[in-house]
Design a binder for this molecule. Sequence first.
Ligand code: DX5
Ligand code: ZN
Length: 218
Amino acid sequence: MQIKLAPSILAADVRSLGEQISQIEKAGADYVHIDVMDGVFVPNISFGIPIVEGLRSCTDMFFDVHLMIERPIDHVRDFVKAGADGITVHVETCGDDLYKTVIEILGNGAKPAVAIRPDTPVDLILPVLDQLSMVLIMTVYPGYGGQKIIKETYSKINKIRNIINDRGLDVDVEVDGGITLDNVCEVRDYGANVIVAGTSIFRGDIGTNVAAFRDVLR
Ligand code: DX5
Ligand code: ZN
């Protein structure tokens, strides 16, 4: 299975975001992972709709927008209008509206994904799994870049991958948080095929880092 690399621009230098996106594109990354935080669901506040819209003119790469916000359904349309290709919502923020939220993403023409925190069971995703393009298994507690991976999440990667395969679905499994050259093959072997990496791509030389990931994943 082809592994996709999704550098998280949370770790990029905001003074030259457009330039750094060109660098990851040239280096052969697949997605731009954009972390949206509201200071409520997670303690941190990061990028919003104007940033997505502004960056849209820099590249045709797939914008993988990770919404760490309460009531994401209220904002789906605006994020898609701004240029999001895929929208990931957290199961913990959707309550009874999970299905409606996924349908809202599809209805606006984007690819839907659902994320879970390390303390949330995989089972909560299953009612909407058939509708999804991707599942995001968080490998750290969302909110900040640069954290250490929580290896107890590996069993969830494996569990969701087995369910997807057993049901014959075409759904990607993304991992996000603390991914490095030392653990990326482990998460791949447990069943992840979309790899988010912030610190380990944007710290140092971007081209060299992307190439190093490609190399170990070969
Ligand atoms: C964390 C974010 C991640 C983060 C990853 O809440 O969802 O996407 O930017 O950063 P690293 O790779 O540095 O852990
Ligand atoms: Zn993220």
